[in-house]
Design a protein around this ligand. Structure first.
Ligand code: GTP
Ligand code: MG
Length: 196
């Protein structure tokens, strides 16, 4: 996909701040530090559009990026991060629930999982919850540059089995360091955004 324009529209803390308009969107979800913001920057070919952090869990808003004046990417706060208070976590849980269950523009969810490791309990819970809500899911196995190419298949299988992935859901081996998987990711993203 050729990217002509990409800009942040809003960091939304609550549902009434979500952008209006008819544009389809995909949300990026995954454990803190898994590489969501890096994925956005890499596929858009923009170095610092989505802020990457050494401090996990820093993103505490839904960040909407408007691409080619045609669709949105939504960077969702990483899950599985304990260093926020219980009430904060509950308030966030509500915003997220409203977003995933009621957002009409949402066409699918990109769930990022570290290719090196088995899916965590949180990864499995999130995937099951998305499927329960009938959302198409694209799995991205991140940080592929950190394992030898010869082991990619084995690690891909580990994720598929760990999640008990539905046959219709795709998985892409990806690296923000090398750009591995970028083209395949775009084919799947386009299909989520524009084919249904
Ligand atoms: P939160 O916003 O805190 O939830 O994190 P995030 O999921 O957005 O992760 P982010 O993109 O900020 O990346 C976290 C760290 O992992 C950074 O230090 C990145 O440089 C590193 N990282 C991300 N993707 C890759 C990758 O493909 N390969 C390698 N080697 N490092 C990566
Ligand atoms: Mg981030």
């Amino acid at each position: 996909m050729k990217i002509n324009s990409a800009e942040i529209v809003i960091s939304a803390a609550k549902p009434n701040q979500f952008p209006g308009g008819p544009f389809p969107e995909v949300a990026l979800s995954g454990r803190s530090n898994v590489g969501k913001s890096s994925f956005i920057n890499t596929v858009l070919g923009r170095k610092n559009l989505a802020r990457t952090s050494q401090r996990p869990g820093k993103t505490q808003t839904l960040n909407f990026y408007f691409i080619n004046e045609r669709f949105h990417f939504v960077d969702v706060p990483g899950y599985g991060y304990a260093k926020v208070s219980k009430s904060e976590r509950e308030a966030w849980g509500k915003v997220m629930e409203i977003y995933f269950q009621e957002r009409e523009q949402l066409k699918g969810v990109v769930q990022l999982i570290d290719l090196r490791h088995k899916p965590t309990k949180d990864d499995i819970m999130m995937y099951d919850w998305l499927k329960h809500n009938e959302l198409p899911v694209l799995i991205i196995g991140t940080k592929a540059d950190k394992i030898p190419r010869g082991k990619w298949d084995k690690h891909t299988k580990q994720i598929k089995e760990g999640l008990e992935m539905a046959d219709e859901d795709k998985i892409v081996v990806f690296s923000s360091e090398t750009g591995q998987g970028k083209d395949k990711a775009w084919r799947e993203l386009s299909s989520l955004l524009f084919d249904n």
